[in-house]
Design a protein around this ligand. Structure first.
Ligand code: UN1
Length: 510
């Protein structure tokens, strides 16, 4: 067992997860087919092996969630909030350990691993407050002696499909809201981040035990594609909330639509920042570097394109290139590392292939773009900047890696047109000190994304706002604002407290 595997075991033990030992699985060759291997991208080594769930297991888990939902939906919402409060407490208590596990399993640097757990704590706090604010409207009735109102009721079982890059926070955005909304949750995590999912499930089960919530309110289902498909197709799953690639979303959406289920999609981004002539370039450089290079460019909100005014182009590119030169690349567990590994070999190859294609399209490699030393066995790359003569197809594609394209513009209309001329619509930013430019970018004729920022980068959104985007990003909203409504069903009620029975629209009947 490597040191990382041993440390992982320690963390899992402390978080209350009993992991079937590698050796035990090896002694049961009949189960080999359904064995999932947990790895760390730090050096590509194995952390442990787990048995995948079968389709029959999935059916049972959804059944168990359905039964738990039937009990949970009649528990008053503020009492449901206590479960999420307890989960938040447990997360606070175990922040260091869970953050470290995120670093080991997803390759995030320490601070980002911890930041992800903080994001979970934040959404738990938000959801606890929300548990007393699941408000509906009172609506004026056109009929005398009548009153109209709407109520928000629990929806059912929520199926959560999540990606490797936010292996725990995305579940928590969904679970915290779903649980206060009165729903049960069945979670299929990425095959690349199984252990962090089991850790969250252990904490959620402990929180449920402490507050006496029904058993079976949260489940994790481990498996590959066919398990995900079965979850998506199960008519008992009222809402499928899926985070991942646009390709995945395009497979999920029609399947859920075929059974007229509900979908919440949070898919790819191709996020850009416009840098205007008046921009504070110090701020822009810092904002751009964090957004483009943070999490090794593996956030759905990562900055992939800079659209810079021709008058500041050379200066910005030279400052960015200088800043990129100072980045420390290596094990995410080392204190001074800023750029950890990519998740796997495929990601490393995609990074190199995109650079080759961009150069074939006339792009000039300004910096980076090669493999970095890092830790043997891991996929470490040097973040790249490529100056592009035009927005070619490769620029319009989302490459999940630290690869930043720079495009020039002359006037703001051109910048906005370039900005919006991609299929995705998640996050966006403008760096400017000109209020007209800033407001134009935020206006109906400006950025077409779900998130549009001024003088900060595209990534690192707070949980208080609704998170998600338009076009091929899928249209869903998670996390803050009124995103909770997606996890509930709305009932419109008309109450007649008169002794008459007037019909709406003045209709006479008999
Ligand atoms: C994602 O990459 O799937 O805004 C989510 C951010 C984070 C969430 C990213 N709060 O970058």
């Amino acid at each position: 067992m490597t040191d990382l595997a041993a440390r992982t075991r320690e963390i899992l033990d402390a978080l209350g997860v009993s992991l079937p030992l590698v050796e035990e699985v090896a002694q049961q060759p009949s189960r080999d087919q359904g064995t999932l291997v947990a790895r760390t991208p730090i050096d590509g080594s194995e952390l442990g092996r787990l048995s995948a769930h079968t389709l029959a297991d999935l059916a049972d888990l959804v059944g168990s969630a359905q039964r738990a939902f039937e009990e949970w939906r009649v528990v008053p919402a503020p009492v449901r909030g206590q479960l999420v409060r307890e989960l938040g407490e447990l997360l606070r208590e175990h922040k260091e350990l869970l953050g470290e596990l995120v670093s080991i399993e997803a390759g995030k640097i320490r601070s980002e691993g911890l930041g992800e757990v903080q994001e979970m704590i934040d959404i738990c706090e938000f959801a606890v407050g929300l548990s007393r604010q699941l408000h509906g409207l009172t609506i004026a009735s056109e009929r005398p002696g009548h009153r109209m109102m709407e109520q928000w009721h629990p929806l059912g079982v929520v199926g959560v499909i999540s990606a490797f890059n936010f292996p725990v926070a995305v579940w928590s955005w969904n679970a915290a809201l779903a649980l206060v909304a009165g729903d049960a949750v069945v979670w299929k995590p990425s095959e690349k981040t199984l252990l962090t999912a089991l850790a969250c499930q252990a904490l959620a089960a402990e929180a449920a035990r402490r507050v006496g919530a029904p058993q079976g309110l949260t489940h994790v289902v481990l498996g590959e594609r066919e398990i995900g498909e079965a979850l998506v197709d199960d008519p008992r799953v009222s809402l499928v909330s899926a985070t991942g690639s646009t390709r995945m979303g395009k497979q999920v959406a029609p399947r859920v639509a075929a059974r007229l289920g509900r979908c919440l999609l949070e898919l790819g981004g191709n996020n850009a920042a416009v840098v205007a002539p008046s921009a504070d370039l110090d701020l822009a450089v810092r904002g751009i570097v964090f957004a483009a290079v943070g999490t090794a460019g593996q956030r759905c909100t990562s900055l992939r394109r800079v659209i810079v005014h021709e008058s500041v182009h050379d200066e910005l590119v030279s400052r960015l290139s200088k800043a990129y030169g100072t980045l420390s690349i290596g094990s995410p567990l080392e204190r001074d590392t800023l750029v950890g590994p990519l998740i796997d070999d495929t990601a490393g190859q995609a990074f190199l292939a995109a650079i080759e294609q961009a150069q074939a399209d006339g792009g000039r490699l300004v910096t980076g773009g090669t493999r970095a030393d890092g830790v043997p066995g891991g996929q470490y790359v040097v973040p790249a900047i490529i100056d592009m003569p035009q927005q070619s197809d490769i620029v319009k594609a989302e490459t999940f890696a630290p690869l930043l394209y720079v495009l020039k513009y002359r006037d703001l209309d051109e910048a906005i047109a370039l900005h919006n001329d991609v299929a995705q619509g998640l996050s966006s930013a403008i760096f400017t000190l000109d209020v007209r430019e800033a407001e134009t970018f935020l206006s109906a004729a400006g950025s077409d994304c779900g998130i549009a920022n001024v003088n900060i980068g595209t990534s690192g959104a707070e949980i208080g706002g609704a998170f998600g985007g338009e076009k091929e990003t899928g249209g869903g909203r998670e996390s803050g604002s009124d995103a909770w409504k997606a996890y509930m069903r709305r009932a419109t009620n008309t109450v007649n407290y008169s002794a008459e029975l007037p019909l709406a629209q003045g209709v006479e009947f008999g």
